[in-house]
Design a protein around this ligand. Structure first.
Ligand SMILES: CC(C)(COP(=O)(O)OP(=O)(O)OC[C@H]1O[C@@H](n2cnc3c(N)ncnc32)[C@H](O)[C@@H]1OP(=O)(O)O)[C@@H](O)C(=O)NCCC(=O)NCCS
Length: 232
């Protein structure tokens, strides 16, 4: 990723990080002023970016702040209930059809009780707090396997944000959440080919939904399963 790619984020975090980097390396920052105040000279800063992008050290520095700059925040909906309306809309548009809006609304509204560990719905938000990805933790997602729980479902990343590792982050987040809730394993079902394997999940067996569609069930141990108990 180069300066040009970062520049399209037009991110205050990016500008601040570059400002600090130049300040540390060059001492006083020339010309463009402090990005924290209104005297900031954006055109001069852009010129500096064009100059810096020739520097390998600068490009290495950009790589190290990638996560921070592309800052995607993951929130659990009962902690941010003001987003519930937008979330229902987003989940329904991803997975629903013109007959089942109420189904998604019912599921999500009943996840908003903070005292109930499951179901829970999660949103990936960009810097402008727009929803760019989702997943859910459910007690059951595949009717033929009521014996397994919990399930990770509704993993989705908006098209323009794909292939940036966001689904990977959502999956890791889900595993941590499930572990924190006391579960040693997390399950999901899918028809994707070789996606979850790449993300470290194991194909457990196949199962069926009510329409007798055969799907693949995957499992992964949470951190709770892999962390040894504290020594006495
Ligand atoms: C599948 C999906 C969640 C991936 O999101 P993403 O943020 O682009 O994924 P990541 O950036 O974390 O991972 C990208 C990797 O997954 C691979 N990948 C992406 N979509 C894939 C798919 N449909 N099948 C197989 N592999 C896929 C990419 O090739 C890339 O591989 P690499 O790391 O070896 O280069 C996204 O494409 C999506 O929302 N699809 C529609 C909804 C869906 O199918 N959800 C899964 C339901 S089980």
């Amino acid at each position: 990723m180069c300066v040009k790619d970062y520049a399209r984020f037009n991110s205050p975090v990016l500008i601040h990080e570059i400002y600090c980097w130049v300040q540390i390396r060059e001492g006083a920052v020339p010309g463009f002023g402090d990005p924290g105040n209104s005297a900031f000279q954006a055109p001069i800063f852009d010129g500096l970016l064009r100059y810096l992008q020739k520097s390998l050290t600068f490009c290495v520095f950009l790589e190290t702040i990638k996560d921070k700059v592309m800052n995607t925040r993951i929130v659990e909906l009962s902690q941010s209930p003001e987003l519930a309306g937008k979330a229902v809309d987003f989940f329904w548009k991803c997975w629903g059809n013109d007959k089942n809006f109420a189904f998604y609304e019912d599921c999500i509204v009943h996840s908003l009780d903070k005292n109930v560990p499951l179901p829970k719905f999660y949103l990936a938000l960009d810097q402008g707090d727009r929803i760019i990805g989702t997943y859910a933790l459910l007690t059951n997602d595949l009717i033929s396997r009521q014996d397994l729980m919990p399930w990770l479902a509704c993993l989705f990343v908006a098209e323009e944000h794909r292939n940036q590792g966001i689904a990977g982050r959502l999956l890791e987040h889900g595993l941590k959440e499930a572990g924190d809730k006391g579960f040693e394993k997390l399950y999901l079902y899918t028809d994707l080919v070789n996606f979850y394997e790449r993300k470290g999940w194991r194909h457990l067996c196949n199962g069926y939904n009510v329409g007798m569609l055969e799907v693949k069930i995957y499992v992964r141990e949470t951190a709770r399963a892999t962390t040894p108990p504290p020594e006495k």
